[in-house]
Ligand binder design. Structure first.
Ligand SMILES: Nc1ncnc2c1ncn2[C@@H]1O[C@H](COP(=O)(O)OP(=O)(O)OP(=O)(O)O)[C@@H](O)[C@H]1O
Ligand SMILES: [Mg+2]
Length: 377
């Protein structure tokens, strides 16, 4: 279909609108804010400068390129190079049929010939043979040699654009630093941090129209507290804008507490659980009416039930004792200059006391309710 306009202006840079439609043109994906990033991306597209984006998961790297491809009516192909993408899939391969052998292009060569946009995701996890191919494409010569196809040289169509993205290396499994020689082949490198609170609230709002503003405000606070701990390497869990969007969407139907539990708390690993839980409780209180009881063995056998509750009670008693000790610590008169140990204990008591007490009381209630139903031996 003929396009109404020939160009579109993105943050001051005019870009051509591709007049040809293909199946790879993405859907409209709105971008909130990010004016400076869009301006830099538009510049790199206009000048045909390969650009590498480095940023934590979910900060919008893919969304940005997809958005610009939509606005300029260009085909968007995303390739994840996480070590499983083979050179055949990337460049192409020889196949066999009744008539003999024939060549099929890989995603890169297909996109180069047709002038599509390619986003190479997780580039720092790419296999060496893939990086090798990219070297010649990103060099001044800008071509790819198909050695298996009699050394055919593929040169990119004028609309072809290449972008790469990666998470900051080291923090994600399977990723590594890109070597300097390869890095230098991306003349522009864009670093993206988590969005500012105000901006992130607006992003979430565009996806979840019905959720209360106060819930969004709290979610963003939780995310930013957790990100501080993440940046200090205290936790591994990283709360992304993607998680917050999902949380808000689920909150629209299931309420904010369940949404936070499902999208954030349950996502973190065992080691981070306590830290994440504490931050969440700070803003949302207890997520559930009581801690969930472990699933019962079926068919339920009396001995097993009794064993189960014995353990629950033992845990409960231990926990209760700990809370009592901590509660006493609050009551203890502090010297005018509290020692470090004392203030640490106090802080822990403050952290524990109200929440732990409530939790324990509910647990006890649950246990009593269930044990009363067990017939006496
Ligand atoms: N500025 C923004 N405006 C609108 N939506 C945004 C913005 N930033 C992020 N998002 C949304 O957040 C979600 C995650 O973004 P995206 O998938 O682009 O992250 P990413 O940086 O590519 O993450 P990964 O490293 O995991 O691939 C998407 O739903 C995206 O639309
Ligand atoms: Mg992505």
């Amino acid at each position: 279909m003929k396009k109404k306009n020939k160009t579109v202006t993105i943050e001051g840079t005019r870009l051509q609108i591709n007049q040809k439609d293909t199946q790879y043109i993405p859907n409209n994906q709105p971008i909130v804010g990010y004016e400076e990033i869009l301006s830099r991306l538009a510049y790199s597209i206009n000048k045909n400068i390969p650009l590498l984006m480095i940023g934590e998961t979910g900060v919008g790297k893919t969304a940005l390129i997809r958005h610009l491809a939509y606005r300029t009516n260009n085909s968007f192909r995303r390739l994840n190079l996480n070590g499983q993408t083979t050179i055949d899939e990337f460049v192409g391969k020889i196949l066999l049929n009744k008539e003999g052998t024939y060549w099929v292009d890989g995603i890169l060569t297909d996109a180069m010939r047709k002038g599509h946009w390619v986003l190479l995701d997780e580039i720092n996890a790419a296999l060496p043979e893939i990086l090798f191919v990219l070297h010649s494409l990103l060099d001044d010569d800008k071509y790819v040699v198909l050695s298996e196809k009699d050394g055919e040289i593929v040169r990119p169509h004028k609309n072809f654009r290449i972008f790469a993205a990666m998470n900051p290396s080291g923090k994600y499994t399977g990723t590594k630093d890109l070597n300097k020689a390869f890095l230098s082949r991306f003349p522009m490198i864009l670093r993206m941090d988590f969005p500012k609170a105000q901006q992130e609230k607006q992003i979430i709002r565009t996806y979840a129209k019905k959720v209360e503003q106060v819930a969004i405000d709290k979610m963003v606070k939780v995310a930013n507290d957790l990100r501080k701990s993440y940046k200090k390497n205290e936790i591994e869990f990283v709360c992304s804008t993607r998680d917050l969007i999902n949380c808000a969407l689920i909150a629209e139907n299931r309420g904010i507490k369940e949404a936070v539990e499902l999208t954030m708390l349950n996502r973190c690993n065992e080691e981070d659980f306590k830290a994440v839980d504490t931050v969440i409780k700070l803003y949302f209180g207890d997520l559930k009416g009581g801690a969930p009881l472990p699933t019962m063995p079926t068919p339920i056998k009396q001995v097993e039930i009794l064993k189960f509750f014995k353990k629950q009670l033992k845990d409960f008693e231990e926990f209760h004792e700990e809370v009592d000790v901590l509660r006493d610590a609050i009551k203890e008169p502090t010297s005018s200059k509290p020692t470090l140990g004392m203030s640490g204990r106090m802080a822990k008591a403050m952290e524990f006391d109200p929440i732990a007490h409530e939790f324990l009381m509910e647990q006890l209630g649950n246990i009593k309710k269930i044990t009363s139903k067990i017939p006496k031996k």
